[in-house]
Design a protein around this ligand. Structure first.
Ligand code: GSH
Length: 255
């Protein structure tokens, strides 16, 4: 079957379009991105938070074009080319930005124990929160939706219990917040279509999510919602053909 996701709207809009326009000049760091992608938004938030110079290049990852597969053989956005070397996987990119630009607004604490704790919770986002979110999005039967929603509530509640406030680690915005932010700003999809509410998670979650979604770097890396409707519509009907959608249908881990 031809992949319907190939037809996605071709470029960023709204506030994100303004950021894209500002990052067209060649730089040492090229960010290969898809405006719509939550994983892309992670790296994008980190770039903006750290004030790194980068060139933004839009890619439609569903096309699996040769030039992009040469950068990321998995064919997934985001990817970075830094001084000619390719790096991919959103969290690896975020860690790379920390390592390569240590003096520009650090997004991880300096003490090893706190850094490790931050990574524990980033891992929880990857292994518990995102899979539950994705399953809820794609679940068609009511029982499956109820099950996935409950799983998501439990995973978010665990995370929220550890929030120091206002951000996850306290006063400083960190990679833990970067890791979860794109799913906070997309939770309206499961709110409007799957009965999810922030209030059902916990008061701590309502407060934290409300803080993170207002962070400037989070706000300005978002495009207009209307262009996401088609993409999420396919997930909600369980018709999306992305690698993540196929993995969830097959009961495999999300790539
Ligand atoms: N684990 C990857 C990361 O963290 O960077 C996931 C990236 C990912 O799934 N990106 C999606 C993609 O490129 C867009 S949101 N999909 C293309 C496809 O599924 O064929």
């Amino acid at each position: 079957m031809a992949n319907p996701d190939v037809q996605i709207f071709p470029h960023a809009t709204g506030l994100a379009a303004a950021i894209v326009a500002k990052h067209q000049e060649p730089q040492d760091l090229v960010y290969y991105a898809g405006w719509f992608c939550p994983y892309v938004q992670r790296g994008w938030i980190a770039l903006e938070e750290k004030g790194i110079k980068y060139q933004y290049k839009e890619v439609n990852p569903y096309r699996k074009e040769r030039h992009f597969l040469d950068i990321n053989p998995k064919g997934l956005v985001p990817a970075v080319v830094y001084k000619g070397k390719a790096i991919y996987e959103s969290l690896i990119i975020c860690e790379f930005l920390e390592d390569a630009y240590p003096d520009q607004n650090p997004l991880l604490p300096s003490d090893p124990t706190s850094r490790a704790i931050a990574r524990v919770w980033i891992d929880h986002v990857s292994k518990a929160i995102i899979p539950a979110f994705q399953r809820l999005l794609q679940a068609q039967e009511k029982e499956k939706q109820d099950e996935a929603r409950e799983e998501l509530y439990i995973a978010l509640r665990k995370f929220a219990n550890e929030v120091q406030g206002p951000y996850f680690l306290g006063d400083e915005f960190s990679l833990v917040d970067v890791a979860i932010a794109p799913w906070i700003v997309r939770d309206y999809v499961v709110h409007e279509n799957r009965g999810f509410t922030r209030e059902a998670v916990s008061d701590a979650w309502v407060k934290y999510a409300g803080t993170v979604e207002k962070r400037e770097s989070v706000v300005k890396t978002q495009s207009e919602r209307r262009h996401l409707d088609g993409i999420y519509g396919r997930y909600l009907r369980n018709g999306a053909q992305s690698e993540a959608a196929k993995a969830v249908r097959a009961g495999r881990d999300i790539p």
